[in-house]
Design a protein around this ligand. Structure first.
Ligand SMILES: [Zn+2]
Length: 136
């Protein structure tokens, strides 16, 4: 795990809003266990899941995965080099919503080549907590 407290949060690298990891996703990662800090929007959850991939936080990814689609276990590839998250469009998933749809591109390096995972993800909120559901 890199010391990212002083630098821009990994979910912000292609974003004009510069927030440190402490100001951005760390509270969600640290607060999930006792549900003291939860993302308010589907996009915030999406960002915190991306940065969890970067930080190698498999438990957080499983906890924020809806139980109906959650895999039994999740093995993260330590060789995977994520280089930025681009939120293309947040279609729904505001503070009052129960369902969210976020289109994004997650950029990574495939050897020397830059590649991206483009996905339209759906999210659902239950008892105040957002969960990743699946990809459209
Ligand atoms: Zn972040």
């Amino acid at each position: 795990m890199k010391n990212s407290s002083q630098t821009t949060c990994s979910c912000r690298e292609l974003d004009s809003v510069k927030l440190s990891y402490q100001e951005c996703c760390q509270p969600f990662h640290d607060g999930r266990a006792d549900q003291s800090v939860l993302p308010e929007t589907a996009e915030q959850l999406m960002r915190s899941r991306y940065s969890a991939f970067v930080e190698g936080l498999a438990p957080y990814l499983l906890e924020t995965w809806h139980e109906s689609t959650r895999p039994q276990e999740l093995e993260l590839d330590p060789q995977m080099r994520w280089i930025g998250l681009e939120i293309i469009k947040t279609r729904s998933g505001g503070p009052q919503a129960r369902r969210g749809v976020v289109e994004f591109a997650a950029h990574y390096l495939d050897g020397q080549r830059e590649a991206q995972q483009h996905e339209v993800s759906t999210f659902v909120r239950e008892d105040g907590a957002w969960f990743y559901l699946d990809a459209l």
